[in-house]
Design a protein. Sequence first.
Lengths: 309, 400, 272
Amino acid sequence: MIRFEGVCKSFGGARAVNEVTLDVARGSLCALVGTSGSGKSTLLRLANRLLEADEGSIRFDGADVTNIPPVELRRRMGYVIQSVGLFPHWTVERNVATVPRLLGWSPARIGERVAELLDLVGLPPGRHARRYPDELSGGQQQRVGVARALAGEPELLLMDEPFGAVDPPTRRGLQDSLMAIQKRTGTTILLVTHDVEEAIRLSGTLAVLDQGRLLQTGTPAQVLTQPATDAVARFFGGPLLGLNRLKALRVGDRAQAAASPDEREPIDMDATLEAALARMVAEGCSRLPVRRLADGTRGVLDLADLVRP
Amino acid sequence: MRRPAGREPAPARRAGANLDVLPLLISALALVALLLGGFVVVAPNRLLSGTPLSLWQAAGPGGAASLLAILGVIALLAARPALRFQRVLIGLAAGTLMVLALALAGMTASEQAAAAGRLTRVSLGAGFWTLFVAGLLLLADSAERETHRAGKALPLLATLLGLAALIASGRLAQLSLAREYAVRQQAYLDEMLRHLQLTGSGLALALVAGGAIGLLAYRRPRRAGPVFAALNIVQTIPSLALFALLIGPLTVLTGLFPALRSLGIAGIGPFPAILALGLYGLLPVARGVHAGLSAVPNTVVEAALGMGMTRGQIVRHTLIPLALPTLLQTLRLTLVQLIGLAVLAALIGAGGLGTFIFQGLGQTAADLVLLGALSAIALALIADTALRGLTLFLLRRPQN
Amino acid sequence: MARAVFWTLPIWSGHETAAMRMMSVMRTAGRLARRPVVWVGAVFLALTFGMDGLAPHLGFLFPAGTRLVYTRASFPELVASHALLTGAASLIAIAMGVAAALFATRPAGRAYAATLDRLGALAQTFPPVAVLALAVPSLGYGALPTAFALVLYGVLPVMGAGMAGLSSVPAAVLEAADGSGFSPAGRLWRIEMPLAAPILLAGVRTSVTIGIGTATIGSTVGALTLGSPIIDGLSGDNPAFVLQGTVLVALFAVTVDLAIGEAQRALPQRPN
């Protein structure tokens, strides 16, 4: 969907992005992670040409982005930022309708799209469409921001620390909604975050940046089990890396066929190992029944499975 | 007016303080002034000073009683904060007070003229003015505090209508003020028009030049400091000096290039007046435009860019609408200021309402001064109110 | 600084100590001279006392036959009268404005803050000349109606700035002050006033500037100020008087404005 090739960007002599090559597949969610100043936001802003790359090329759906007029390019991509940037003088409805109006859709189609999106992000239009941004909570505002970014049926959604400014429970709610939305719409998402847990939870692919360089790409499980460098390991928790690994791995990755039946409530295959460990601690046991393995047999998860490398 | 946030809300007022103090205070003040000061002043002719007549002497027991009754009603209304439409009712009562007081003064003038002959002049006295200003304050206060838009406008419109009807009825014709107007009706209309022209041209100049400067300061923040410092010096120069300052250079200029004179450029007259007004409006307009645009959050502009808005669309859909409150406020304050300053234009031969003020001051004809001064004040108040109304209208949020 | 060194070294190189002393004096003088208030003020004072001597030589600027020397009062007299009128009225206005702002930000008066704001806004729509002229019938001609208008217009900016300054002190700071055991008066004097001072002083600056301007107009109702030669010149068709009055009053206003600006700079800066 979008491919960065040898991309560099400098600000006053300092390389913010240094020779980054990254391919984001259609329909995937790629999280750009790294400490602040690692160049992840810069890379994102190169994608929709809010910044222009000094070297290298960026191809969007096969075409070099420099050949697409910025305004057209941006209308084909959704953009969500941490501070949301809702237009304070417009209602929720009008905010969401921004890009469709710019694209010149018919009012009927816009109305339909707005209602659909507000439902999608969990804000029933009947209650929220006519409200103004300052009448919403921070979490609701960010939901409107996501709806607004999705309104023009973008092929790619760019998100810059979208949930950084909301409190943890709200953030988890927003993350769940985002996963549900992506499942339904199949939109490709490029997400910038410095929140390790968020990155592991949401992404299909992690891209770890440090000082402008791309250190490693891979699934969360790959990156956490085999961090390419010390810097990657440090970013994902240093001595606590192992605990984060439990967040990236699923019960299904480690469960084995059960030898004897177990009457207790079984744990789901796609639950994280962290959840499994939590249950073991809570129940004071070292093995859990698993609902069903891929081959149809009942499974079991032992503490030893959990900790094996 | 928005207060800075960050303070805890004012604590609920204690019982007893639970009534509206301001209307009470104002009506008490009006009452004292009515009892102590003259309601009207009767003079044997235009230039001699006269003797004050109290409300009782001027309007008779019936008139006096009705005015006092209205004051009482206002006090009663003020003591009932729970009452529905309390603000609107106070506003209406204040308007009635103003109209009635003026009507009583007009009737007194007619009676005096009939009894003592045409030379007699009846002017409005300190008691009347205190009462009238009290009414105005009550009206403004009620309009400001009433939250419903129709409720804001109703007392104001009703009062204006009442005053207009009173003037049209001819019942005020024998008041000294009206007679000063009557003998120079055409001149009054000319000077009023001239005043509006001067103000309008000066404002246009300030809006164009000041707007451009404000825009420049917004686009190039590093230049903003020196530019505003320079404009501030212009603003520091006393207004009278600024008007007069242009006389010398413009006289020299037209002396050197007489062709300029055919373009209406001269050291004396409307040209330097408009220039001075424009210069005075420069700083407020530039500062307002700069502040308005700077107040638009960067994140909103970035979101608009990321959304794929063109430059023109960003200006039209985000910058202008979000700067609008500040821009409208700037327009209002500048216009009101220029209306007041244009009074000075008469001193450099440019005409306007100041003509009557300075003529009156020269002849010690107080009512002629009054005619000019009240007209200027009324003009400023009308402009202020109209632009406040426009602001409310443009910034309204349609509620579903 | 570099300029001072450049000037002094070649001359004083033989006398080390004298050179050093001179250099420090020059340095201070150089620092002073770089402040516009010093040279604008110097030009103002020079013209105030030199105008009567300078005026006769200005004939070439004006039509032949123009009287060049203003005789109703000397310029130092005019400046003194103008300064006295503005100064006295400003002091009263500042005292009243600060008092009103204090009242409106204390618990007892907070309910009236909005009303005072509103009255201030209303009063500001009244043209100064109109108010001056309206004061004449009841106060007569001369300095009195001028002082009345001066005080009326001077109060508003001080009150507005005082209220803005005092309510700009963050609630957390007030809470911390209360928690540290300040008395209400101590809190006001040691915490609130210093924090509000920059904004308050800006209001004073506006107030005094408006005062000087209004006092100038006061000469139309007979007050003796630097506006008098302007008015007399305008009515007597004498451009020389107009020019003299205009230049002096403009310099006066700019000098005072810059001087208050220096006072603002001298206040301890607080970050934010």
